[in-house]
Structure formats: C-alpha cells, structure tokens
Design a binder for this molecule. Structure first.
Ligand code: 5GP
Length: 115
C-alpha cells in the first residue's frame, strides 16, 4: 500500500485545513499556497484516481459532482466566474496524485496558470 495522500490525511483530520464544502463523495479546501484571490481545491474523497483522465473514464458522475461543487463555491465567492484547472502529470505541474481541481477566481488579470 502506498502512503495516504495529503488530501486523504486532511479528510481524516490528520493535517489541519479549512474544509469549505463537503458532500458524500467530494470535499473542498483552501489551497495552502493561493495563486489567486480565490484558490480552492475540490477533491473526491476516494484516492483511487490519480488524475482527471482516470476519474473521467471510471466515474463520470463523480467528475460531474466535483464540477458542481466547484460551481457552487464560485457562485458564493467570485460571482460564478472561475478557472477550473486539473494539472495532469508531473511535467504539467501535478504534485499530488490524488485527483483534484483547482478553482481560481477573483481578479485573474495578472495571473498565469497554476503550476
Ligand atoms: P497540484 O500541484 O498537484 O496540481 O496541486 C496540489 C496543490 O495542493 C498545490 O496547489 C498545493 O499548494 C496544495 N497543497 C499541498 N499540500 C497542502 C496542504 O497540506 N494543505 C492545503 N490546504 N493545500 C496543500
């Protein structure tokens, strides 16, 4: 067995983080190193999918639920306008191999992509 991901450890309350939304299958936290005025991570509770391609192939309903949670958070926090980013692969900037979406919002004029 591999080590639990940082996100599983947050979900299990082993690492502190503010959980800003939660459903049966998805949770969301503030990114510890925000790259925009609003920078949240929306994460399936299961760690079985490494990236969005695996998630989309295996459980598209869970991917849709993740997008719905992202939309709700963006509606609350940045007027429903946001970037949804899935870094996919180490060369693309992915550092945690437990699929997660970055929700970026606020004034993004000066910002480039996460990674
Ligand atoms: P990735 O680089 O895999 O696309 O995104 C991983 C994200 O997780 C990064 O933006 C990083 O700042 C965030 N992150 C890593 N460790 C922690 C942590 O312990 N707490 C929180 N809240 N975010 C974390």
């Amino acid at each position: 067995m591999s080590e639990p991901s940082v996100f599983t450890r947050i979900l299990n309350r082993e690492i502190p983080a503010e959980i800003v939304a939660e459903t049966d299958r998805v949770f969301a936290i503030q990114d510890i190193a925000p790259q925009a005025p609003v920078h949240l991570l929306v994460i399936p509770k299961t760690a079985e999918y490494r990236d969005v391609t695996e998630l989309a192939a295996a459980d598209p309903a869970l991917l849709a639920e993740l997008v719905a949670v992202a939309k709700n958070l963006a509606d609350e926090r940045c007027g429903g306008q946001f970037r949804l980013i899935f870094n996919t692969g180490a060369n693309a900037g992915q550092t945690v191999f437990h699929v997660h979406a970055h929700v970026l919002g606020g004034d993004l004029e000066e910002k480039s992509l996460v990674g």
